[in-house]
Design a protein around this ligand. Structure first.
Ligand code: SF4
Length: 447
Protein backbone atom coordinates (compact mmCIF):
# COMPACT_ATOMS: atom_id res chain seq x y z
CA UNK A 1 0.00 0.00 0.00
CA UNK A 2 1.53 3.40 -1.02
CA UNK A 3 2.38 6.19 1.40
CA UNK A 4 -0.76 8.21 0.53
CA UNK A 5 -3.28 5.53 1.44
CA UNK A 6 -1.34 4.48 4.55
CA UNK A 7 -1.49 8.06 5.85
CA UNK A 8 -5.28 8.42 5.47
CA UNK A 9 -7.75 7.32 8.23
CA UNK A 10 -9.71 4.45 6.57
CA UNK A 11 -12.90 5.48 8.42
CA UNK A 12 -12.87 9.08 7.28
CA UNK A 13 -14.72 10.10 4.12
CA UNK A 14 -12.14 11.61 1.83
CA UNK A 15 -12.79 15.28 1.15
CA UNK A 16 -12.92 16.53 -2.43
CA UNK A 17 -12.54 20.16 -3.47
CA UNK A 18 -13.37 21.24 -7.04
CA UNK A 19 -12.32 24.57 -8.55
CA UNK A 20 -14.28 25.46 -11.67
CA UNK A 21 -13.11 27.62 -14.59
CA UNK A 22 -14.83 28.71 -17.80
CA UNK A 23 -18.45 28.43 -18.95
CA UNK A 24 -21.73 27.43 -17.34
CA UNK A 25 -21.33 23.95 -18.85
CA UNK A 26 -18.31 23.52 -16.60
CA UNK A 27 -20.30 24.74 -13.57
CA UNK A 28 -22.94 22.13 -14.36
CA UNK A 29 -20.23 19.48 -14.95
CA UNK A 30 -18.72 20.20 -11.54
CA UNK A 31 -22.10 19.42 -9.98
CA UNK A 32 -22.15 16.14 -11.95
CA UNK A 33 -18.58 15.34 -10.80
CA UNK A 34 -19.57 15.99 -7.16
CA UNK A 35 -22.67 13.84 -7.66
CA UNK A 36 -20.48 10.94 -8.86
CA UNK A 37 -17.93 11.50 -6.06
CA UNK A 38 -20.41 11.77 -3.20
CA UNK A 39 -22.10 8.56 -4.44
CA UNK A 40 -18.65 6.89 -4.14
CA UNK A 41 -18.13 7.96 -0.55
CA UNK A 42 -16.33 11.30 -0.95
CA UNK A 43 -17.60 14.43 0.77
CA UNK A 44 -17.41 17.76 -1.05
CA UNK A 45 -15.64 20.63 0.72
CA UNK A 46 -15.46 24.31 -0.20
CA UNK A 47 -12.06 24.69 1.46
CA UNK A 48 -8.96 23.53 -0.36
CA UNK A 49 -6.96 23.23 2.89
CA UNK A 50 -9.40 20.58 4.16
CA UNK A 51 -9.25 18.55 0.95
CA UNK A 52 -7.64 15.14 0.33
CA UNK A 53 -8.40 15.51 -3.38
CA UNK A 54 -8.21 18.75 -5.40
CA UNK A 55 -9.78 18.80 -8.87
CA UNK A 56 -9.45 21.71 -11.31
CA UNK A 57 -12.29 21.75 -13.85
CA UNK A 58 -10.66 23.65 -16.67
CA UNK A 59 -11.37 25.75 -19.77
CA UNK A 60 -9.41 25.82 -23.04
CA UNK A 61 -11.31 28.46 -24.99
CA UNK A 62 -8.36 30.92 -24.94
CA UNK A 63 -4.64 30.63 -24.16
CA UNK A 64 -5.12 32.87 -21.14
CA UNK A 65 -7.54 30.35 -19.57
CA UNK A 66 -4.92 27.61 -19.75
CA UNK A 67 -2.16 29.89 -18.45
CA UNK A 68 -4.26 30.49 -15.32
CA UNK A 69 -4.39 26.73 -14.68
CA UNK A 70 -0.63 26.32 -15.10
CA UNK A 71 -0.09 29.02 -12.47
CA UNK A 72 -2.67 27.41 -10.19
CA UNK A 73 -0.95 24.01 -10.46
CA UNK A 74 2.28 25.75 -9.43
CA UNK A 75 0.60 27.11 -6.29
CA UNK A 76 -0.92 23.74 -5.46
CA UNK A 77 2.48 22.04 -5.86
CA UNK A 78 3.84 24.34 -3.15
CA UNK A 79 0.85 23.40 -0.99
CA UNK A 80 1.73 19.76 -1.49
CA UNK A 81 5.05 20.33 0.19
CA UNK A 82 3.10 20.57 3.48
CA UNK A 83 0.53 17.94 2.43
CA UNK A 84 2.31 15.22 0.38
CA UNK A 85 -0.79 12.96 0.34
CA UNK A 86 -2.86 15.52 -1.56
CA UNK A 87 -4.17 14.08 -4.84
CA UNK A 88 -4.46 16.59 -7.70
CA UNK A 89 -6.57 16.15 -10.82
CA UNK A 90 -7.20 18.18 -13.97
CA UNK A 91 -10.67 17.87 -15.53
CA UNK A 92 -12.51 19.52 -18.42
CA UNK A 93 -11.43 20.92 -21.77
CA UNK A 94 -7.73 21.44 -20.98
CA UNK A 95 -7.53 17.81 -19.78
CA UNK A 96 -9.06 16.69 -23.07
CA UNK A 97 -6.82 18.93 -25.18
CA UNK A 98 -3.46 18.25 -23.48
CA UNK A 99 -4.05 14.71 -22.15
CA UNK A 100 -0.86 12.90 -20.97
CA UNK A 101 1.23 16.09 -21.39
CA UNK A 102 -0.33 17.19 -18.10
CA UNK A 103 1.04 14.14 -16.32
CA UNK A 104 4.64 14.70 -17.36
CA UNK A 105 5.89 16.88 -14.52
CA UNK A 106 4.00 14.88 -11.83
CA UNK A 107 2.22 18.01 -10.61
CA UNK A 108 -0.93 16.17 -11.60
CA UNK A 109 -2.07 12.67 -10.60
CA UNK A 110 -5.13 12.23 -12.83
CA UNK A 111 -6.35 13.79 -16.10
CA UNK A 112 -10.02 13.32 -16.98
CA UNK A 113 -11.91 14.74 -19.96
CA UNK A 114 -15.60 15.84 -19.99
CA UNK A 115 -16.94 12.42 -21.10
CA UNK A 116 -15.14 10.16 -18.63
CA UNK A 117 -16.18 11.49 -15.19
CA UNK A 118 -17.70 8.12 -14.27
CA UNK A 119 -14.09 6.84 -14.11
CA UNK A 120 -13.11 9.34 -11.39
CA UNK A 121 -13.55 7.06 -8.33
CA UNK A 122 -11.43 4.27 -9.86
CA UNK A 123 -8.76 6.69 -11.15
CA UNK A 124 -8.58 8.34 -7.71
CA UNK A 125 -8.21 4.96 -6.05
CA UNK A 126 -5.22 4.39 -8.32
CA UNK A 127 -3.80 7.83 -7.54
CA UNK A 128 -4.19 7.26 -3.80
CA UNK A 129 -2.19 4.08 -4.34
CA UNK A 130 0.46 6.15 -6.15
CA UNK A 131 -0.47 5.45 -9.79
CA UNK A 132 -1.17 8.33 -12.19
CA UNK A 133 -4.32 7.88 -14.30
CA UNK A 134 -6.11 9.25 -17.36
CA UNK A 135 -9.60 9.10 -18.93
CA UNK A 136 -9.94 11.17 -22.10
CA UNK A 137 -12.09 9.10 -24.46
CA UNK A 138 -14.77 11.26 -26.14
CA UNK A 139 -18.21 9.60 -26.24
CA UNK A 140 -21.05 9.78 -28.77
CA UNK A 141 -23.59 8.79 -26.13
CA UNK A 142 -22.54 9.99 -22.65
CA UNK A 143 -25.00 12.59 -21.20
CA UNK A 144 -24.82 11.67 -17.46
CA UNK A 145 -28.65 11.51 -17.69
CA UNK A 146 -28.84 9.16 -14.65
CA UNK A 147 -26.46 11.16 -12.43
CA UNK A 148 -28.01 13.42 -9.76
CA UNK A 149 -25.86 16.57 -9.70
CA UNK A 150 -24.62 17.69 -6.29
CA UNK A 151 -25.94 21.26 -6.18
CA UNK A 152 -25.09 24.00 -3.69
CA UNK A 153 -28.00 25.65 -1.84
CA UNK A 154 -29.92 28.25 -3.85
CA UNK A 155 -33.03 29.10 -5.87
CA UNK A 156 -31.49 28.58 -9.33
CA UNK A 157 -30.16 25.46 -11.03
CA UNK A 158 -28.21 24.67 -14.18
CA UNK A 159 -29.36 21.67 -16.20
CA UNK A 160 -27.17 20.49 -19.07
CA UNK A 161 -29.57 19.05 -21.67
CA UNK A 162 -27.06 18.25 -24.41
CA UNK A 163 -23.30 17.89 -24.77
CA UNK A 164 -20.75 18.45 -27.49
CA UNK A 165 -20.90 20.57 -30.65
CA UNK A 166 -20.94 19.71 -34.37
CA UNK A 167 -20.57 23.26 -35.70
CA UNK A 168 -16.78 23.39 -36.01
CA UNK A 169 -16.40 27.16 -36.04
CA UNK A 170 -12.83 27.52 -37.26
CA UNK A 171 -11.60 29.40 -34.15
CA UNK A 172 -13.15 27.05 -31.60
CA UNK A 173 -11.58 24.21 -29.66
CA UNK A 174 -14.87 22.96 -28.15
CA UNK A 175 -15.74 20.35 -30.82
CA UNK A 176 -12.31 18.79 -30.14
CA UNK A 177 -12.59 18.88 -26.34
CA UNK A 178 -16.27 18.05 -25.92
CA UNK A 179 -16.96 15.82 -28.91
CA UNK A 180 -20.08 15.29 -30.99
CA UNK A 181 -23.55 16.54 -30.11
CA UNK A 182 -25.83 14.24 -28.09
CA UNK A 183 -28.92 15.09 -26.11
CA UNK A 184 -30.58 13.78 -22.95
CA UNK A 185 -34.12 12.47 -23.25
CA UNK A 186 -36.93 14.99 -22.85
CA UNK A 187 -38.42 12.75 -20.12
CA UNK A 188 -35.09 12.72 -18.22
CA UNK A 189 -34.85 16.53 -18.27
CA UNK A 190 -38.52 17.07 -17.32
CA UNK A 191 -38.17 14.58 -14.47
CA UNK A 192 -35.15 16.50 -13.14
CA UNK A 193 -37.05 19.80 -13.37
CA UNK A 194 -40.00 18.30 -11.44
CA UNK A 195 -37.61 17.16 -8.68
CA UNK A 196 -35.98 20.60 -8.53
CA UNK A 197 -39.36 22.35 -8.26
CA UNK A 198 -40.24 20.04 -5.35
CA UNK A 199 -36.92 21.10 -3.73
CA UNK A 200 -37.93 24.79 -3.99
CA UNK A 201 -35.93 25.78 -7.07
CA UNK A 202 -37.49 28.91 -8.67
CA UNK A 203 -35.37 29.22 -11.84
CA UNK A 204 -33.67 26.72 -14.15
CA UNK A 205 -31.21 27.41 -16.98
CA UNK A 206 -31.04 24.76 -19.72
CA UNK A 207 -27.47 24.44 -20.95
CA UNK A 208 -25.71 23.26 -24.07
CA UNK A 209 -22.72 24.40 -26.10
CA UNK A 210 -25.33 24.79 -28.80
CA UNK A 211 -28.52 24.26 -26.85
CA UNK A 212 -30.92 24.87 -29.73
CA UNK A 213 -29.59 21.93 -31.70
CA UNK A 214 -31.04 19.69 -28.95
CA UNK A 215 -32.65 16.56 -30.47
CA UNK A 216 -33.56 13.41 -28.55
CA UNK A 217 -34.64 11.57 -31.67
CA UNK A 218 -38.27 12.66 -31.26
CA UNK A 219 -38.25 16.13 -29.73
CA UNK A 220 -36.40 19.28 -30.69
CA UNK A 221 -35.42 22.18 -28.41
CA UNK A 222 -38.76 23.98 -28.80
CA UNK A 223 -40.55 20.79 -27.63
CA UNK A 224 -38.22 20.51 -24.64
CA UNK A 225 -38.68 24.18 -23.67
CA UNK A 226 -42.47 23.88 -23.88
CA UNK A 227 -42.43 20.71 -21.74
CA UNK A 228 -40.19 22.32 -19.09
CA UNK A 229 -42.32 25.50 -19.05
CA UNK A 230 -45.43 23.39 -18.34
CA UNK A 231 -43.92 21.76 -15.23
CA UNK A 232 -44.66 24.80 -13.03
CA UNK A 233 -45.94 28.18 -14.31
CA UNK A 234 -44.12 30.04 -11.47
CA UNK A 235 -40.78 28.50 -12.47
CA UNK A 236 -38.57 30.80 -14.54
CA UNK A 237 -36.89 29.03 -17.45
CA UNK A 238 -33.74 30.30 -19.19
CA UNK A 239 -31.41 28.69 -21.72
CA UNK A 240 -27.94 29.25 -23.24
CA UNK A 241 -26.06 29.15 -25.65
CA UNK A 242 -27.91 29.47 -28.99
CA UNK A 243 -26.47 29.23 -32.50
CA UNK A 244 -28.23 31.53 -35.03
CA UNK A 245 -28.40 28.66 -37.52
CA UNK A 246 -30.68 26.64 -35.23
CA UNK A 247 -32.98 29.38 -33.91
CA UNK A 248 -36.19 28.41 -35.70
CA UNK A 249 -39.51 30.23 -35.96
CA UNK A 250 -40.98 27.33 -33.96
CA UNK A 251 -38.52 28.12 -31.13
CA UNK A 252 -39.28 31.85 -31.31
CA UNK A 253 -43.03 31.11 -31.14
CA UNK A 254 -42.51 28.77 -28.17
CA UNK A 255 -40.62 31.47 -26.23
CA UNK A 256 -43.30 34.04 -27.12
CA UNK A 257 -46.08 31.61 -26.17
CA UNK A 258 -45.02 30.80 -22.57
CA UNK A 259 -44.93 33.53 -19.88
CA UNK A 260 -42.34 31.69 -17.81
CA UNK A 261 -39.88 31.26 -20.68
CA UNK A 262 -37.57 34.22 -20.14
CA UNK A 263 -37.49 36.84 -22.86
CA UNK A 264 -33.73 36.86 -23.07
CA UNK A 265 -31.64 35.23 -25.82
CA UNK A 266 -27.85 34.98 -25.89
CA UNK A 267 -27.16 34.92 -29.64
CA UNK A 268 -23.41 34.97 -30.46
CA UNK A 269 -22.67 36.79 -33.73
CA UNK A 270 -18.82 36.84 -33.49
CA UNK A 271 -18.39 39.29 -36.44
CA UNK A 272 -20.43 41.77 -38.51
CA UNK A 273 -18.68 40.87 -41.77
CA UNK A 274 -20.11 38.13 -44.00
CA UNK A 275 -16.64 37.34 -45.39
CA UNK A 276 -15.20 36.92 -41.89
CA UNK A 277 -18.25 34.88 -40.82
CA UNK A 278 -17.65 32.55 -43.75
CA UNK A 279 -13.96 32.22 -42.77
CA UNK A 280 -15.14 31.40 -39.25
CA UNK A 281 -17.51 28.74 -40.67
CA UNK A 282 -20.40 30.36 -38.77
CA UNK A 283 -22.88 29.16 -41.47
CA UNK A 284 -24.80 32.43 -41.66
CA UNK A 285 -24.22 35.84 -43.25
CA UNK A 286 -24.62 39.33 -41.77
CA UNK A 287 -27.95 39.57 -43.62
CA UNK A 288 -29.26 36.23 -42.28
CA UNK A 289 -28.35 37.23 -38.74
CA UNK A 290 -30.04 40.66 -38.98
CA UNK A 291 -33.13 39.07 -40.52
CA UNK A 292 -33.24 36.58 -37.61
CA UNK A 293 -32.99 39.44 -35.08
CA UNK A 294 -35.82 41.23 -36.92
CA UNK A 295 -38.01 38.05 -36.74
CA UNK A 296 -37.28 37.59 -33.02
CA UNK A 297 -38.16 41.21 -32.23
CA UNK A 298 -41.30 41.11 -34.35
CA UNK A 299 -42.55 38.13 -32.33
CA UNK A 300 -41.09 39.08 -28.90
CA UNK A 301 -40.97 42.92 -28.82
CA UNK A 302 -39.40 43.30 -25.34
CA UNK A 303 -36.78 40.58 -25.83
CA UNK A 304 -33.27 41.29 -24.52
CA UNK A 305 -30.37 40.14 -26.68
CA UNK A 306 -26.74 39.58 -25.82
CA UNK A 307 -23.91 38.25 -27.92
CA UNK A 308 -20.28 37.13 -28.28
CA UNK A 309 -17.81 39.07 -30.47
CA UNK A 310 -14.25 38.26 -31.52
CA UNK A 311 -11.94 41.16 -32.42
CA UNK A 312 -9.01 40.63 -34.78
CA UNK A 313 -9.85 37.25 -36.35
CA UNK A 314 -7.16 36.30 -38.91
CA UNK A 315 -7.37 38.38 -42.15
CA UNK A 316 -9.98 40.74 -40.64
CA UNK A 317 -9.59 44.16 -42.32
CA UNK A 318 -10.30 47.57 -40.81
CA UNK A 319 -13.46 47.83 -42.93
CA UNK A 320 -14.65 44.45 -41.67
CA UNK A 321 -14.03 45.61 -38.10
CA UNK A 322 -16.21 48.64 -38.91
CA UNK A 323 -18.90 46.21 -40.12
CA UNK A 324 -18.88 44.64 -36.66
CA UNK A 325 -19.34 48.06 -35.06
CA UNK A 326 -22.18 48.96 -37.45
CA UNK A 327 -23.93 45.63 -36.78
CA UNK A 328 -23.76 46.36 -33.03
CA UNK A 329 -25.30 49.80 -33.69
CA UNK A 330 -28.05 48.16 -35.75
CA UNK A 331 -28.92 45.35 -33.32
CA UNK A 332 -28.33 47.39 -30.11
CA UNK A 333 -27.48 44.44 -27.83
CA UNK A 334 -28.29 44.70 -24.14
CA UNK A 335 -24.90 43.15 -23.39
CA UNK A 336 -21.98 41.31 -24.96
CA UNK A 337 -18.96 39.11 -24.19
CA UNK A 338 -16.10 40.54 -26.21
CA UNK A 339 -12.63 39.03 -26.72
CA UNK A 340 -9.48 39.31 -28.81
CA UNK A 341 -8.92 36.39 -31.18
CA UNK A 342 -6.77 33.75 -29.40
CA UNK A 343 -5.22 31.14 -31.73
CA UNK A 344 -6.01 27.60 -30.53
CA UNK A 345 -3.70 24.84 -31.78
CA UNK A 346 -5.70 22.10 -33.48
CA UNK A 347 -8.39 24.44 -34.83
CA UNK A 348 -8.64 25.22 -38.59
CA UNK A 349 -8.12 28.97 -37.93
CA UNK A 350 -4.78 28.19 -36.24
CA UNK A 351 -3.38 27.21 -39.65
CA UNK A 352 -4.35 30.62 -41.03
CA UNK A 353 -1.74 32.29 -38.87
CA UNK A 354 -2.46 35.15 -36.45
CA UNK A 355 -1.90 38.08 -38.86
CA UNK A 356 -3.74 40.91 -37.08
CA UNK A 357 -1.08 42.62 -34.92
CA UNK A 358 -1.82 42.47 -31.18
CA UNK A 359 -1.96 46.27 -30.76
CA UNK A 360 -4.53 46.44 -33.58
CA UNK A 361 -6.57 43.66 -31.94
CA UNK A 362 -6.41 45.55 -28.64
CA UNK A 363 -7.55 48.81 -30.23
CA UNK A 364 -10.39 47.09 -32.12
CA UNK A 365 -11.51 45.29 -28.93
CA UNK A 366 -11.53 48.53 -26.95
CA UNK A 367 -13.65 50.22 -29.67
CA UNK A 368 -16.11 47.30 -29.51
CA UNK A 369 -16.23 47.44 -25.68
CA UNK A 370 -16.72 51.24 -25.55
CA UNK A 371 -19.52 51.06 -28.11
CA UNK A 372 -21.25 48.25 -26.18
CA UNK A 373 -20.93 50.17 -22.90
CA UNK A 374 -22.55 53.22 -24.56
CA UNK A 375 -25.39 51.09 -25.98
CA UNK A 376 -25.98 49.23 -22.68
CA UNK A 377 -26.16 52.55 -20.83
CA UNK A 378 -28.57 54.06 -23.36
CA UNK A 379 -30.82 50.96 -23.29
CA UNK A 380 -30.82 50.76 -19.48
CA UNK A 381 -31.45 54.51 -19.17
CA UNK A 382 -34.47 54.17 -21.47
CA UNK A 383 -36.01 51.84 -18.84
CA UNK A 384 -36.14 54.51 -16.11
CA UNK A 385 -39.78 55.02 -15.04
CA UNK A 386 -40.75 51.48 -16.13
CA UNK A 387 -41.79 48.71 -13.72
CA UNK A 388 -40.44 45.14 -13.86
CA UNK A 389 -41.07 41.81 -12.10
CA UNK A 390 -37.78 40.91 -10.42
CA UNK A 391 -36.81 37.55 -8.86
CA UNK A 392 -34.62 38.09 -5.78
CA UNK A 393 -31.19 36.46 -6.08
CA UNK A 394 -29.75 37.70 -2.80
CA UNK A 395 -27.90 40.56 -1.08
CA UNK A 396 -26.52 43.09 -3.52
CA UNK A 397 -22.76 43.19 -3.97
CA UNK A 398 -23.13 46.97 -3.77
CA UNK A 399 -24.54 47.16 -0.19
CA UNK A 400 -25.82 44.92 2.60
CA UNK A 401 -28.87 47.19 2.82
CA UNK A 402 -29.88 46.27 -0.69
CA UNK A 403 -30.97 43.17 -2.58
CA UNK A 404 -30.33 42.30 -6.20
CA UNK A 405 -32.36 40.22 -8.56
CA UNK A 406 -33.02 39.83 -12.27
CA UNK A 407 -35.85 40.63 -14.63
CA UNK A 408 -36.90 37.89 -17.05
CA UNK A 409 -34.87 39.85 -19.65
CA UNK A 410 -31.83 39.09 -17.43
CA UNK A 411 -31.34 42.69 -16.28
CA UNK A 412 -29.76 43.06 -12.84
CA UNK A 413 -31.90 45.21 -10.55
CA UNK A 414 -30.86 46.56 -7.13
CA UNK A 415 -33.48 47.71 -4.58
CA UNK A 416 -33.91 48.21 -0.80
CA UNK A 417 -33.84 45.02 1.29
CA UNK A 418 -37.14 44.96 3.23
CA UNK A 419 -38.01 41.45 4.48
CA UNK A 420 -37.58 39.63 1.20
CA UNK A 421 -35.71 36.38 0.55
CA UNK A 422 -34.11 34.73 -2.50
CA UNK A 423 -36.74 33.40 -4.89
CA UNK A 424 -39.36 36.03 -3.99
CA UNK A 425 -40.71 37.94 -6.98
CA UNK A 426 -41.37 41.68 -6.53
CA UNK A 427 -42.47 44.52 -8.79
CA UNK A 428 -39.78 47.21 -8.96
CA UNK A 429 -40.12 50.73 -10.42
CA UNK A 430 -36.82 51.80 -12.00
CA UNK A 431 -35.53 55.24 -11.00
CA UNK A 432 -31.84 55.05 -11.95
CA UNK A 433 -29.60 53.13 -14.36
CA UNK A 434 -25.97 52.36 -15.09
CA UNK A 435 -24.64 50.39 -18.04
CA UNK A 436 -24.79 47.11 -16.04
CA UNK A 437 -27.46 47.69 -13.40
CA UNK A 438 -30.94 49.11 -12.86
CA UNK A 439 -31.93 50.65 -9.50
CA UNK A 440 -35.43 51.11 -8.11
CA UNK A 441 -38.09 50.87 -5.42
CA UNK A 442 -40.35 47.90 -4.67
CA UNK A 443 -43.94 48.82 -5.62
CA UNK A 444 -45.56 45.37 -5.36
CA UNK A 445 -45.16 41.78 -4.07
CA UNK A 446 -46.02 38.91 -6.40
CA UNK A 447 -45.48 35.87 -4.16
S1 SF4 B 1 -21.05 26.75 -31.95
FE1 SF4 B 1 -19.00 27.26 -32.65
S2 SF4 B 1 -18.23 28.62 -31.05
FE2 SF4 B 1 -19.97 27.55 -30.18
S3 SF4 B 1 -19.11 25.75 -29.13
FE3 SF4 B 1 -19.69 25.13 -31.22
S4 SF4 B 1 -17.83 25.34 -32.45
FE4 SF4 B 1 -17.55 26.52 -30.56
Amino acid sequence: MSDKLAQIDPNSRLKVYVETYGCQMNLADTEIVLGIMSKSGYSPTNTMNDADVVLLNTCSVREHAEEKIRQRLGTIRNQRLDKPNLVVGVLGCMAERLRSNLLDDRKVDIVVGPDEYRKLPQLLEGALAGTQGMGVRLSRTETYDDITPFRAEGISAWISVMRGCDKFCTFCIVPFTRGRERSRTLAGVVNEVEQLVRQGIREVTLLGQNVNSYRDGVNDFADLLAAVAKVEPALRVRFTTSHPQDLSDKLIDTIAGHDNLCKYIHLPVQSGSSRVLETMNRTYTRGHYLELVRRIRARIPDVALSTDIIAGFPTETEDEHMETLSLMEEVRYDGAYMFKYSPREGTPAYKMGDDVPDDVKTRRLSEIISLQQKLSYEINSSLIGRTFDVMVDGTSRKSDEQLSGRTDTNKTVVFPKGSLKPGDVVRVKIDRASMATLFGEVVGYLN
